[in-house]
Design a protein around this ligand. Sequence first.
Ligand code: PMP
Length: 420
Amino acid sequence: MNSHDLQTIESLESSVRSYVRSFPTVFTKARGYRMWDENGKEYIDFFSGAGALNYGHNEPNMKKKLVEYILDDGITHSLDMASNAKAEFLRTFKEVILEPRDLDYKIMFPGPTGTNTVESALKIARKVTGRTDVISFTNGFHGMTIGSLSVTGNSMKRIGAGVPLQYSPTMPYDDFVGSEDDTLDYLRRFLEDNGSGVAIPAAMIIETVQGEGGLNAARFEWIKKLSDICKEWGIFLIVDDVQAGVGRAGTFFSFEKAGIEPDVVCLSKSIGGYGLPLALTLIKPEHDQFKPGEHNGTFRGNNHAFVTATEALSYWKDPKFEQSIQKKSDRITEFLDEMIEKYPQIQGHRKGRAFMQGISSEVEGFSEKVASEGFHHGLIMETAGGHDQVFKLFPPINIDEDGLEQGLELIEKSIQSAIK
Ligand code: PMP
């Protein structure tokens, strides 16, 4: 492949929004949790393609399966035609993910992206209930199309679309007004008093941990109560697990410990396993009312992504995998608590859950500084939150303990540099 210097790339990309500004180098190789740039400098990846690379870069088993499939002239693009790769993925997903969790869903391929699954979820909820509004939550993020932006609780992101498509009330997420208040009391009051302007909605859409919105994690009891409210009022509960799913929040589905069964679940990002685009909308069988052609699109269900997605599910066959995620998550929690205590200058609190944790700093610009210092120390890391107040630790969930420790060490160095 031709190599390009940073200056050329910057000029090629000068008219588009790009990560080059945050990570000013040209990356040439990546394996597992490590990346290398054109100068041979090594980086630890605590970004994981914004959650699309939960199993790291070029995962060897997935790579092998994909290369074999390509060399064998396996079908690439097949739309709704049957293919072995698709059948194998569906069989494995049912056997490894749905059945052991006692979950029953129809699986739909809504298009290649997270936004596509959210759009299909909003549409099916409106179609089945015959209602229009969708309640969403403060700081939620659901995608970049007008429908998904209408339920995104971040005004900066919505600006690009102007006025939302419909009146979509935003309700306070868990802990939005402090942990003493149960924000579901507000929600219930709105539903009971529709004179206030909140019609009974078709759906509520929620992330159990808000990936872009600052790693706010709703308590499991709160999520269960939200699900009960939805049931009581005949409202669809849509869990957007695009970022928090596929193990990022500690279990395959982020809501497992809340003991709920959402009406619709949105999956994308790491479901493809290898960074290949794939999205799934899981719909309770009784709501499966799309007729053929009512929701389609050219790039639904890419066979290369099915091959890697099937291989990725092998991780979940072994219960030790989930235990290892838990163990490493506890280490991340312990480390962040230690940082907050050791460096009071951060004025920080720990946010999030499992492999989507970080620190929110009260000091303006501090978290962005930690991320940019990270880059100089050889660590790739992003920020989150309405004011980029959170620095976000997003290592691959299969990272080994050595890699995790190396990354944590670089974070401490970055914090020290940011304080100076
Ligand atoms: N929902 C959530 C929770 C997300 O984090 C994202 C992407 N950051 C999306 C939806 C949209 O996914 P995509 O960028 O693939 O369209």
